[in-house]
Design a protein around this ligand. Structure first.
Ligand code: G
Ligand code: G
Ligand code: NA
Length: 253
């Protein structure tokens, strides 16, 4: 079958699923939240990562439908965890067309309401480059989303050529420092200086500074010394199922 036909069928047949990658507070060691990461259970090729289908779905105009499912499923999972006494905030990646849609705030409000998911348990991730396409519109869209009570994370920060002046005007709760800086942190004074300046910015603004792609204990030691708030990466955990998240949260509580 053509990829497009397969992807349309995949939406109808509900072949997508979510894994969740834990995020840990360095202050108290607890799981702060998770990032939802979509997978495609292909009928013959097995479990496929986003790299195999996200761009294609953007090109085919199918990404909004997938994105709505990801958001709804994340809200359902947050509500399910909550009903079992677990508060696990869930971060959801937005594609640029989703973020640019004027319908996004209404959609978010409706899904939170329908699933009984508290809006402040949902974090919407947009990349720095998405934010910079039209900075004025970004400010307006983020302000409207913030009024609903959801949290905002700026993803892949530091590699998207944005002016820091704009960052100040984008309402956000979390800055996700791009993994390039974390990869180089043990060897590069420059990377350490950049992370240090980002943690200073976050702490002054009351924003959470999150380091993504943490793979080694030595990187974690530097990040801890630089006062990063939260880490995410293979060192802590790969993306895992909702049940595995529950087990991990109980073990660390
Ligand atoms: O899970 P993995 O590391 O393979 O994800 C790779 C990238 O795919 C992520 O960094 C993210 O940008 C993108 N991605 C994962 N899940 C989603 C999703 O639900 N929606 C969108 N738009 N992108 C996603
Ligand atoms: O940028 P974003 O947060 O969307 O990235 C999520 C992607 O990064 C997922 O596809 C996930 O599998 C991947 N990822 C998560 N932790 C690590 C890590 O420690 N190292 C590397 N190389 N990739 C990671
Ligand atoms: Na992300």
């Amino acid at each position: 079958l053509m990829l497009e036909t397969e992807l349309r069928q995949a939406l109808v047949n509900q072949e997508f699923s979510l894994l969740y990658q834990p995020q840990q507070s360095l202050e108290n060691g607890q799981i702060e939240g998770v990032e939802a990461l979509v997978r495609w259970q292909h009928p013959r090729r097995g479990l496929l990562p986003p790299a195999a289908f996200i761009t294609a779905m953007e090109d085919m105009g199918l990404i909004d439908e997938l994105g709505e499912w990801v958001l709804a499923e994340s809200c359902r999972q947050v509500a399910l965890w909550q009903s079992r006494g677990l508060r696990i905030r869930t971060a959801v990646n937005l594609a640029s067309s989703q973020f640019e849609s004027s319908d996004l705030p209404v959609l978010v409000q409706r899904l939170c309401h329908e699933t009984r998911c508290p809006p402040d348990m949902i974090e919407l991730e947009i990349t720095e480059s998405m934010a910079m396409v039209n900075p004025q519109k970004t400010i307006e869209q983020l302000s409207e989303l913030k009024r609903l009570g959801v949290r905002i994370a700026i993803d892949d920060f530091g590699v998207g050529h944005s002016s820091l002046e704009y960052l100040l005007h984008f309402p956000h709760d979390v800055l996700k420092v791009d993994r390039t800086f974390i990869k180089n942190i043990t060897t590069s004074k420059g990377s350490r200086a950049i992370v240090r300046s980002l943690t200073a910015y976050c702490s002054a603004m009351g924003i959470t500074c999150l380091a993504e792609g943490v793979e080694e204990q030595r990187q974690l030691d530097y990040l801890d010394a630089l006062a990063v708030d939260v880490i995410q990466g293979f060192l802590l955990s790969r993306p895992i199922t909702a049940d595995e998240v529950e087990t991990m949260v109980f073990q660390l509580a």
